[in-house]
Structures are given as C-alpha cells and as structure tokens.
Design a protein around this ligand. Structure first.
Ligand code: HEC
Ligand code: HEC
Length: 471
C-alpha cells in the first residue's frame, strides 16, 4: 500500500512535469538571458547590468556606460580622455543612436536629421576579381566617400552628404479581410560635399539595433552556430542558413561573423572599435586611421585627439565600453502563464519561426567572464544569414553575405520596444511600424512563415503577437 501510494505520487509528479514542459515548450524559459536576466520593464528596461554581476564589476560597468553615453568633443580640448570627435562623424556618442540601449528610429519629418540611421555604401562588384576582394575585405569602399556616409563634420571640413528618405507604400490583404499598409524607405543623398557619387554604387540603410544580451551571443561557440547552418537545405525545410566569414583584426584570421545586421563583425570589441572610428571619428588600436579617404584632404589634415600617434581611445577605455556592451542585461519574459501567450508560442513553432529565431543557445565555461559562463539562454536567433527575398534586399554584398541575406536578429526583449523607445521601428532599416508589419516583410527562406501568418485566423495571429510581446 505504502509502495503504491509513493509510486502513484511519483507518477503524478512525472505527469505534471511532462505537462509543464509541454506547456512552456522545450527551450522557452522565463529567463531569456539565463542568469543574467533582470526583472525590469519601463524605459530603462535595457540599461541594467547582468543580474549575476558582482558589486566590484558593476563599477567597471558604470565607467563603460559613461563612455557609451557621454559626448565626445572636438580636439584639442581639456577633456583629453574624450576628445578627437570627427573630422567626419555621424553623431558624438554611442547612446545617440542606441537610445536608452535600445533601437534607433527613422527621421519623423523632412527636417529631422537621420541620427540613428546609417547609410553604408560601396562599389558593386562586377567581375570575379572584385568579388574575391569582397569575400576577403568585406566590401569595396567608394574611392571618395568610403564605406559609410558621415553627415556631420567639424568646422573647416565638409560633411559628406545629407540623408533624405521618401516612402513607398504597398498593401497586403490577410485571409480574415484585414488590410495592412507596408512602407519602404527610399534613400536620396543631398548636398554631396565631395562631388557626384557616380555609377555602380550600392547603398544599405541600417538602423541602430538594441544592444542587450550581446555578451552571451559573443560567447556561443562557433561550432554550435555552424551546426545549425544548412547551406544546401539538406533537410528540405526551405530554410538554409549560412554563416558569414569575416576578418578578425586582433586574431588576423577569417572567423565566424556575429554582429551587425549582416553579421559583419566577429567580436564586440571590433564592432565597438568600428563604431568609434566609423560613426564618431575616434581611432583605436584596432582601427588606427581616421575615416577620411585620400580625396578628403581637409579631413586628413584636421587636428586629432591623439598624441604621438597613440589612438584617440585607449585600449583600457575600449575594453571598458566592450565590458559594458557585453553586460547589458536581457529583461525576463512576462505573462508566461497567459493562455493567449501559450497559444502564440504554438503558432510561433507551427509557422516555422523557430527555424531561424532559435529559442535556445548555450555557452561553455568561460575564464574571466563569470556572467556569461555556462548559461542556457533564449535569444530567438541562430546567428545565421538567411535570404529574405527581394523586398528586404539591399543588394550590397558583405564578405559572404549576399545582397538578399540578413542575420536573424534576436527577439529577446522585443516586447519592451515601446517601453524603452516610445515607438516601434523594426527590421534593418526600421521600415516596419509594428511586429505584424515586420513579419509581413518576411520572404525568401521565410516565405512559408509569412504565408502561414497571412492565412491564419485573427485569433491565431493575435496569439502570435501576444507571444512576441511576452519576449
Ligand atoms: C550613427 C548611429 C550609431 C552610432 C553613433 C553607434 N552605433 Fe552601434 N550600431 C548602429 C547600427 C546602424 C548598427 C548595425 C550595424 C550594421 O548592421 O552594420 C550598430 C550595431 C552595433 C552593435 C552590434 C549589435 C548587434 O546586435 O549586432 C554594437 C555592439 C554597437 N553598435 C555598439 C556601438 C558602440 C559601442 C558605439 C559607440 C562607439 C556605437 N555603437 C555607436 C548605429 C550606431
Ligand atoms: C528564414 C529565417 C526566418 C524565419 C523562418 C523567420 N524569420 Fe523573422 N527575421 C529573420 C531575419 C533574417 C530578420 C531580419 C530581416 C531584416 O531586418 O531585413 C527577421 C526579423 C524579424 C523581426 C524583426 C526583428 C527586429 O529586431 O527588427 C521579427 C519581429 C520577426 N523576424 C519575427 C518572426 C516571426 C514571428 C516569424 C514566424 C512567423 C519569423 N520571424 C520567421 C529570419 C527569419
């Protein structure tokens, strides 16, 4: 009798556990960022350090934060640690684009400048020699304007251009009779400071993405990411997934790309150093030349913020900013027990979203990085490139990424976009004004997912959106 009771209890317990995992679904936990996750909503939801960070390390986080937030000034200045802005730049601080550590926004009116939007440009490879150059160097910069338009400059130097957008709209009808209007930004460059751009130039509009949870994504072993790649679509699910092969400046080797909308940067340190030089005009040990081309002589000759050829930002400070970007915590999920949210998770799975927005990744034991060490977390990305069709294409190759490929962005924290940013602008150029619009732009390898959502009942669609808002 005694045995039977215990046994029954055990069976019950087991049944409960199975029910629970089925409900929560394998790999969909409340702690999107593992032990680093914070219970936070509101406009500073993306600005907290990893929950598992020690007190002493929080001091470093705060110093990193101040160099991410505070403006850089023109040299020479008494503010030695923070001078050297420009000569060409987009804005004077990281936080101006990654607003409250969240995403940027599109310019609202014609006279608002496009601060949190970057325009990358390069020459379109037209033969095998140029294509080989792209695979090796990333892109072929424009001979006069380089690979990014800087729309600001210090006095005495001309800005490169002003960025203007128009919108092309289109309509899509969903099975339940709802009509959704989509908009796509079209770029014009005005007030060109260095002459006409000429033929054969390709452009890519990029909105600043949120910067949470990046230390975890950096720590996932390359092998784990490559395991999910299926370049020839061997399993026949319509989703291939390729990894970008990019240049690692410190290791002097081609490695797996992880950061940026096309996974063009291998590490956070290099991503940050590239932002310092490209967006703010601050040189570092990784990129020790100012962002001026040979044709931009005033830029070349401008006073810099460095002495004796030392970089404008020291390695010590660059490492602190990198520590900061490694440790911005991901907020925990909300409303997991809500029935609609649970139904929506089923739709997410059914519609094939999880084929790219992978619910779970892990990190190994890491020396010197206790926060990211041995974590199981839920980023909803596979870190791979996918062909997303002609509508989203920028037609600008970067390393191995084609003109139609983009890296799956993580979806953790996406439900707090409105809280943090006061607006919703999704996708690489911010064209989508709602989560539904973002999904409706999916095409190419994600065509079947989009079609599923178009054909879904209103009930199913609302559930999917409720699930996304719980992330
Ligand atoms: C002018 C706007 C702008 C400024 C200023 C800016 N960023 Fe960014 N940031 C972007 C854009 C746009 C991207 C995406 C880049 C791409 O796709 O190549 C990005 C990407 C990133 C990423 C990678 C995020 C991811 O999910 O892959 C990090 C980290 C980052 N920036 C850090 C910084 C730091 C540190 C600074 C200051 C030194 C900075 N950014 C300044 C616009 C900006
Ligand atoms: C084939 C891979 C793939 C599939 C399947 C897929 N996505 Fe995506 N998703 C992407 C890529 C790549 C992007 C970025 C595209 C861009 O910015 O141009 C993206 C972007 C998004 C965004 C915007 C994220 C941001 O930060 O701006 C949302 C939301 C999203 N997907 C949700 C979904 C949902 C929901 C489904 C299922 C209905 C789905 N995705 C299916 C690859 C995929």
């Amino acid at each position: 009798m005694k045995w039977i009771r215990t046994h029954t209890n055990r069976t019950l317990l087991l049944a409960c556990l199975i029910g629970l995992t089925a409900n929560l679904g394998l790999g969909y936990g409340v702690n999107s960022g593992g032990d680093t996750s914070v219970a936070k909503t509101g406009n500073d939801a993306f600005s907290l350090p990893s929950a598992n960070m020690s007190f002493t390390r929080r001091l470093d986080f705060n110093v990193g934060n101040s160099f991410f937030r505070n403006p850089w000034v023109i040299a020479p200045s008494t503010t030695k640690a923070r001078d050297g802005l420009g000569a060409l730049f987009n804005t004077n601080g990281c936080q101006n684009c990654h607003i409250r550590d969240g995403r940027g926004h599109l310019p609202q009116t014609d006279d608002d400048n496009a601060v949190s939007l970057l325009v990358r440009l390069s020459l379109k490879p037209s033969d095998e020699k140029m294509r080989a150059q792209v695979r090796r160097l990333g892109v072929i910069p424009h001979p006069v304007y380089g690979d990014q338009i800087q729309d600001f400059s210090i006095p005495g130097v001309k800005a490169e251009a002003q960025i203007r957008l128009r919108y092309e709209t289109s309509q899509i009808s969903l099975a339940d009779g709802t009509t959704v209007t989509l908009q796509k930004p079209l770029l014009t460059l005005e007030d060109l400071g260095y002459g006409p751009l000429g033929e054969g130039v390709v452009y890519s509009l990029r909105l600043a993405p949120p910067v949470i949870g990046l230390g975890l994504l950096e720590a996932v072993p390359a092998q784990q990411i490559k395991q999910h790649a299926d370049p020839e679509d061997a399993n026949g699910d319509g989703i291939s997934g390729r990894w970008n092969r990019v240049w690692d400046v410190e290791r002097q080797a081609m490695v797996l790309g992880r950061f940026g909308w096309k996974a063009e940067q291998p590490t956070l340190k290099q991503q940050n150093a590239a932002a310092f030089v490209g967006d703010i005009g601050i040189t570092s040990s990784l990129f020790n030349r100012e962002n001026c081309t040979q044709a931009q002589s005033e830029c070349q000759q401008a006073v810099t913020g460095s002495e004796d050829g030392a970089p404008e930002i020291s390695d010590k400070l660059l490492n602190l900013v990198t520590f900061y970007t490694r440790n911005l915590a991901v907020p925990k999920r909300r409303n997991l027990e809500d029935q609609q949210v649970q139904q929506g998770q089923g739709v997410f799975q059914q519609a094939g979203c999880a084929g790219c927005h992978l619910p779970q990744l892990t990190t190994p034991k890491l020396a010197g990085q206790p926060e990211q060490s041995e974590q199981t977390f839920h980023p909803y990305t596979d870190m791979l490139l996918h062909d997303m069709g002609p509508g989203l294409a920028d037609n600008r190759e970067a390393y191995d990424a084609s003109g139609t490929e983009w890296r799956t962005p993580p979806l953790w924290g996406i439900g707090l976009t409105e809280d943090v940013s006061g607006h919703q602008h999704y996708l690489h150029d911010g064209r989508a004004r709602s989560l539904l619009e973002a999904v409706l732009w999916h095409d190419g390898e994600a065509r079947a997912s989009r079609d599923y959502v178009v054909a879904a009942s209103r009930d199913e669609r609302d559930a999917l959106l409720a699930f996304l808002r719980s992330l």
